[in-house]
Write a protein that binds this ligand. Structure first.
Ligand code: SF4
Ligand code: SF4
Length: 452
């Protein structure tokens, strides 16, 4: 429920099959209607960079009102939106069922969809967001070369990438793995603890996600280890990417096609009573909420949406219903975790912090605000500095006054960004040396507490 409303927000399907959705005059009318409401409200002034840009635009205009703002100046407002959904989920009192019917993130998406329909994705964005092609090319034997080329500080390749692909030369890019999660899970399945309270009671399949498969297989391995310890033998599948990177570009039709293919692939599991655990919160959000809004008339998507769980959400539910297997031990230092916007947007409560509190004697700091990353958005030349600015309070809080030994975000990309921000904001070498160890997801710290 949002702060300003007594009713739970309702989200309407994205009306992208209606030709009016792409009508520029109608879009402009809707932007002006919504921006005027926001101008009068201003609750979201500190959520991200979109709102300050909008309010500055209005305040600095001739009349101080929206009527003297030129519509072509709206683009920077849209560009600054990472589609984190926070304004819709936690702030806005005017979301449906309120008569103002305001959905700011989906309006930003509509603007991008109209741009995409006119011009397609830019070359750089297209290359960067084709995560499956990139993952297939850059994992395995070529991961060493790919990681060398994309490493921050590479004086040959990074300035070139900035020029050709608009990727900021200082942004840390996620490294690729030598062996995907799917291959690892097949080659080395963890031993299942048949005497755990949940043994034989649950069926789960892990949706690897592109990032979990090609970049951080250790997150999936940690989850599989924790599940096996708790008597659950989970298979790992990866039909293809969920389409979040395409969503950010406004390529709604691509998202719809991906959703249909993945849901058709997963149907046999869902029909057989499996819960589907998505490793990355953005992908869980796509499966649970965005796909049914993009393709509202597909039964397979609806069923998959109902069966999807976030990783931390699944562990907390397991602990509450069957009880966890014994063996969790106190950690050797305090932990800070960052609750990712896309986890908050799933409207499930702070599941990562609930999960971490299952670890005995944990000293936990919870950071719940935008890190400023926003998927591929935060590494682009025009956004990187903004992302580092937006993330400053998170970088500071994640250090927990210098005491945190481990830090993890639920979003592994935000985790990389936080690690970079903590390092960049360190006063001196001594503070740099004392920074907490960054884990790619709270589940890897949880697995550590199990001694896995
Ligand atoms: S979705 Fe997130 S980034 Fe976009 S306007 Fe809302 S709060 Fe800002
Ligand atoms: S999105 Fe809603 S809460 Fe945020 S500024 Fe606009 S009207 Fe206010």
């Amino acid at each position: 429920m949002s702060e300003g409303s007594l009713e739970a927000p309702v989200r309407h399907p994205i009306d992208w099959r209606n030709p009016e959705f792409f009508d520029e005059a109608k879009l402009d009318e809707e932007l002006r209607r919504v921006f005027d409401i926001c101008h009068g409200c201003r609750r979201c002034f500190n959520l991200c960079d979109s709102f300050p840009r909008l309010f500055d635009l209005i305040d600095e205009s001739e009349s101080g009102e929206l009527d003297t703002v030129d519509s072509k100046d709206f683009k920077p407002v849209v560009d600054a939106c990472t589609l984190c959904d926070m304004c819709f989920m936690v702030k806005c009192p005017y979301v449906p069922p309120h008569e103002f019917n305001l959905d700011f993130p989906h309006l930003m998406l509509r603007y991008r969809a109209v741009e995409h329909a006119k011009k397609g994705s830019g070359f750089a964005e297209k290359q960067l967001t084709d995560t499956d092609r990139n993952g297939k090319l850059a994992t395995g034997a070529l991961s060493g070369i790919a990681n060398w080329a994309t490493r921050r500080g590479n004086a040959v390749t990074r300035p070139m990438m900035e020029k050709i692909a608009d990727v900021h030369r200082d942004a840390v890019l996620p490294p690729y793995t030598g062996k995907t999660l799917v291959a690892r899970a097949k080659a080395n399945p963890p031993v299942v603890n048949e005497s755990a309270p949940a043994a034989g009671k649950r069926k789960a399949v892990v949706y690897a996600t592109c990032y979990g498969n090609y970049n951080t297989p250790e997150v999936g391995e940690a989850l599989l280890g924790v599940l096996a310890k708790n008597g659950i033998a989970a298979e790992v599948v990866y039909p293809e990417c969920c389409g979040m990177p395409q969503m950010e570009q406004g390529a709604v039709q691509d998202v719809a096609e991906k959703a249909k293919r993945v849901a058709a692939f997963m149907e046999k599991y869902v029909d057989d009573g499996y819960e589907v655990i998505a490793l990355v919160p953005s992908c869980a959000l796509m499966l649970k909420f965005e796909w049914p809004l993009v393709v509202p008339d597909d039964d397979k998507i609806r069923k998959l949406s109902a069966a999807t769980r976030d990783a931390s959400e699944y562990i907390v539910a397991l602990a509450k219903s069957e009880g966890l297997a014994e063996g969790l031990k106190p950690l050797d230092g305090p932990v800070a975790i960052h609750i990712a916007c896309h986890a908050r947007a799933q409207n499930m409560g702070q599941k990562a912090s609930e999960m971490m509190r299952l670890i005995p004697e944990i000293d936990l700091t919870v950071v719940e605000r935008c890190s400023g990353h926003g998927g591929s958005w935060g590494v682009m030349k025009e956004n990187f500095e903004v992302g580092m600015k937006v993330g400053r309070p998170v970088f500071r809080q994640a250090k927990a006054n210098g005491k945190a030994k481990y830090v993890a975000s639920e979003c592994p990309l935000a985790g990389l960004h936080i690690a970079q921000g903590m390092e960049a904001s360190a006063k001196d070498e001594a503070e740099k040396a004392a920074l907490p160890e960054t884990s790619p997801h709270p589940i890897t710290i949880f697995a550590k507490a199990y001694g896995l």
